[in-house]
Design a protein around this ligand. Sequence first.
Ligand SMILES: *[C@@H]1O[C@H](CO)[C@@H](O)[C@H](O)[C@H]1NC(C)=O
Ligand SMILES: *[C@@H]1O[C@H](CO)[C@@H](O)[C@H](O)[C@H]1NC(C)=O
Ligand SMILES: *[C@@H]1O[C@H](CO)[C@@H](O)[C@H](O)[C@H]1NC(C)=O
Length: 312
Amino acid sequence: MAADLSKVVGHQLEDKPVSWNKRDLLIYAVGVGAKNDDYPFIYELDPKFAAIPTYPVVLPFKLTDTDVNLFVERMKGPKIPGMPPSNPNKTVHATQSIEILKPIPTVSGEGWKWKSRYTGVAENKSGIILTAENTLVSPSGEVYAKLFSSSFNLGAKATGEKFSKQIAGPPQGKPIPKDRKADWVLKDQTTPEQAVAFRLSGDYNALHIDPKIGKAAGFGGVILHGLSTYGFAARAVLKSVGGNAPDSLKFFGVRFTAPVKPGDALETSIWEVGKGPKGTVEVAFETKNLTTGKAVLGGGIAYIVKPSSAKL
Ligand SMILES: *[C@@H]1O[C@H](CO)[C@@H](O)[C@H](O)[C@H]1NC(C)=O
Ligand SMILES: *[C@@H]1O[C@H](CO)[C@@H](O)[C@H](O)[C@H]1NC(C)=O
Ligand SMILES: *[C@@H]1O[C@H](CO)[C@@H](O)[C@H](O)[C@H]1NC(C)=O
């Protein structure tokens, strides 16, 4: 079948059932480095117990499983019409955003769905970048979260010509101000067991546990799940700007710019850059490997409600 990237955009995938419970929320919190005082995310009897708002990002890996899954099976999808073959070993997560429309319940029960369609595709000399829009939909049809995720298929080729088509995507953030220091800077420490903990949320890719595979892929050993680093940055933004209030975060998006190794120290720098929609502020942020100074997350944007005491 001939590759035709114009056919990719708009293609809808079959809906997938998803579910979670309180244990899943606690396990996710540990996977993204929540600390022993990170109430209300670590203790199910805390009066404000809630999901870390970025939790839905792991649902396409977990689906309804309560046990481990086989990553290679989980990632097998039907062929996307018009998309040329790509090497899964050379596919990297490029961007991820989540818009939280409503806080999710702590126990899902049955009937929740994960809906996906492709909303963007672009080809250049290095490969093909594919963007999917995903929504988390309740049994009564209400959308709780809308996510955009893009993956870069290195070396994939449709025509070799430049091509780009997009029908929907996340909002573009303002750049990081060059003329002033960050308003908040948070240091954090991943542990050598960070990937061991994060995989329990559903992404059992061997790249994150078996050093042989990480070496073969050119990383010199295991690397941390990009979505774990994503959660570290979300916690940093929630804690510093949102007073750790679970429902303060309304939008959170990043570009993955470099791998993180379990055990690396991270530093997230956050700038308030203006007003966001619906009573939020917009912040721009980046996360660095503290020792190398290399950016691991770039293009960070969040819309978040500041605690009312800070509004004065
Ligand atoms: C991807 O990597 C796995 C594990 O190293 C290997 O078995 C497989 O053949 C690779 N796939 C491709 C398409 O190169
Ligand atoms: C191709 O696009 C990707 C993703 O946007 C980008 O990182 C890369 O630098 C581009 N490569 C070229 C050769 O333009
Ligand atoms: C982060 O910095 C540490 C200390 O220099 C280094 O050992 C580690 O390899 C870096 N991580 C990555 C993924 O480059």
